[in-house]
Design a protein around this ligand. Structure first.
Ligand SMILES: Cc1cc2nc3c(=O)[nH]c(=O)nc-3n(C[C@H](O)[C@H](O)[C@H](O)COP(=O)(O)OP(=O)(O)OC[C@H]3O[C@@H](n4cnc5c(N)ncnc54)[C@H](O)[C@@H]3O)c2cc1C
Length: 504
């Protein structure tokens, strides 16, 4: 039997990303895609930080970068500045960057030699992007082509406006239907495949293939197909977030990065948009009460605790045992959620939606060929993402609370992460350690986090020539920073210039 009608239940970022991926892949075939949105269940309304992976899809969908920047109040994100994830050094707050640019921009990996050099430089001096961030510069010039920069970048954006942009694109370019209905359940055939969706208006909607993008409601994958949830709360301890949008003044600078500031039971994100700041206080409710969390958050924002009522969002940490079950695939928050550190959620939705589009079954019998492979790949991507997030917590030398002490427990690491860390004690990570294309975070990301957090790797025996070359590259980077400061505009000026040009 042919698959001709696809239902996407849910119209948040995941639902519309899926509609664009499937729409662009299947646009020349006789397949109709319908996005179903409930007018009774709102979208989660957070999810403002991204990673460069997102650009590939946006370009393929035919979305103009200028339109994205203007319509979603977007700013550039060149990485994350991690503050206080280690003990303060000589009373000074500790910070390091995980920028998006390669840690070996000149092609030669200095990391092996860093420990031998007579230098007190931070590790992120292996490139220039951390310093470009500190200078508040844009990653591209005014004349740069769309989606191209002098430095790697992604975006911060208003999540609701981003979903709207994706929706307009999918409807106009890929002829996607948009239906308002609240799904209460589904009918299944004797093999367990979904045949109909049941709405709150007593109607039945029939499709051939179903994509559950219903967010934390998980109306199909959990409630109808009963796919178990694999909890990861032993590895990742944070389980609650308080969120608050903060107004900005005209004169305020816009950081071209996300700031992630650790506190005694989690961390705070701070994301600049052109119209406001998006902030969130992530914490472990096992280690901090809501009252204390609110007080710490108010202190961070510099507001009066008494008039402060941030929105509370509980998080279930983990993912589905299988993402593709029968004729249904779960994406986005219905697929799972870890926590917001390193902005992995939209990345995993985007990656999974693209995988689904590339492996989309044209007939029911094709499902058998694809689903196991898909589940294997996507499970691998989730498992390694858990490891990457955990890395930030387990490397910390903070011991000022039970939260940080518990995070240093090596027994809570996966076998793979333990093995990798043991290897990286002997030598820095190499590309060949990350042999799967489905390691969404690889040696480049690990290098920044490991050495940003003072990970101790055995000193390498290196030649004088290699050391001289490393020193020269570090000096060359200093020159490149100076040159970039002359070429690149201030981040905010760049965005304001775009706004002015677009309104002409
Ligand atoms: C605190 C927090 C911070 C986050 N920060 C980041 C970040 O910085 N970066 C990042 O990549 N990700 C982040 N995320 C994750 C990000 O928000 C999600 O990946 C993204 O928004 C996708 O959500 P979604 O589309 O799956 O769900 P939602 O946005 O919740 O959309 C669910 C949709 O399903 C519909 N729906 C629900 N029930 C029904 C029903 N019964 N019938 C019909 N429709 C229904 C709703 O109407 C809605 O349209 C964060 C998440 C949280 C909780």
């Amino acid at each position: 039997m042919k698959i001709k009608k696809i239902a996407i239940v849910g119209a948040g970022t995941a639902g519309w990303l899926a509609a664009n991926h499937l729409g662009s892949e299947l646009q020349h075939e006789d397949i109709q895609i319908t996005v179903i949105e409930s007018d009774k269940v709102p979208t989660i309304g957070v999810g403002e930080g991204t990673v460069p992976y997102i650009m590939k899809g946006l370009e393929r969908f035919g979305i103009s970068e200028a339109e994205l920047l203007i319509s979603c109040d977007a700013t550039f994100k060149q990485g994350i500045k991690f503050v206080n994830w280690m003990k303060p050094e000589q009373e000074k707050e500790h910070f390091y960057y995980h920028p998006f640019d390669s840690p070996y921009p000149a092609g030669f990996d200095i990391s092996r030699h860093m420990s031998n050099l007579e230098t007190s430089r931070p590790f992120d001096d292996v490139g220039i992007q951390a310093r470009i961030c500190e200078l508040g510069l844009a990653p591209k010039r005014k004349s740069s082509a769309e989606y191209q920069g002098d430095l790697a970048y992604a975006y911060h954006f208003d999540a609701a406006k981003f979903a709207k942009l994706l929706a307009n694109n999918a409807i106009k370019k890929f002829n996607v239907n948009h239906v308002i209905a609240t799904i209460l359940g589904a009918k299944k055939d004797s093999a367990g495949n979904i045949t109909h969706l049941l709405t709150d208006e007593d109607s039945e909607l029939a499709f051939d293939f179903y994509i559950d993008c219903s967010g934390f409601s998980s109306v199909l994958i959990e409630k109808e197909l009963s796919v178990p949830f694999v909890k990861k709360d032993k590895e990742l301890l944070t389980d609650t977030v308080l969120v608050q949008q903060v107004p900005i003044s005209e004169s305020e600078a816009l950081n071209p990065y996300t700031t992630a500031t650790a506190h005694k039971a989690g961390w705070v994100w701070d994301i600049p948009l052109t119209t406001r700041r998006g902030t969130g206080f992530v914490y472990s409710s096992q280690h901090m009460s809501e009252t204390e969390a609110k007080a710490c958050y108010a202190k961070y924002l510099g507001v009066n605790e008494k008039d402060f009522s941030p929105r509370k969002i509980p998080m279930d940490i983990g993912y589905r045992e299988s993402f593709w079950q029968k004729n249904c695939v779960a994406l986005g928050l219905a697929q799972g959620f870890l926590e917001p550190l390193e902005a992995t959620s939209i990345l995993l939705s985007d990656f999974s939606a693209e995988m689904l589009a590339k492996n989309f079954p044209r007939t029911f019998s094709d499902i058998d060929c694809s689903y196991q492979y898909y589940n294997k790949v996507v499970t691998y991507a989730w498992e390694r993402t858990v490891d990457f997030i955990k890395l930030h917590y387990c490397l910390s030398d903070r011991d000022d609370s039970e939260f940080w002490q518990q995070n240093s427990d090596k027994d809570a690491l996966s076998a793979e992460l333990k093995q990798r860390l043991n290897k990286f004690k002997l030598r820095p990570p190499l590309q060949s350690d990350f042999f799967s294309r489905f390691d969404l975070f690889n040696e480049k990301n690990f290098l920044y986090v490991l050495y940003g957090m003072n990970f101790n790797t055995q000193k390498a025996i290196t030649s004088e020539k290699e050391q001289r070359h490393s020193e020269q590259l570090l000096e060359q980077n200093d020159q490149l920073v100076k040159q970039a400061a002359n070429i690149l505009l201030n981040h905010k000026e760049w965005l304001m210039a775009l706004k002015a040009a677009m309104s002409e």
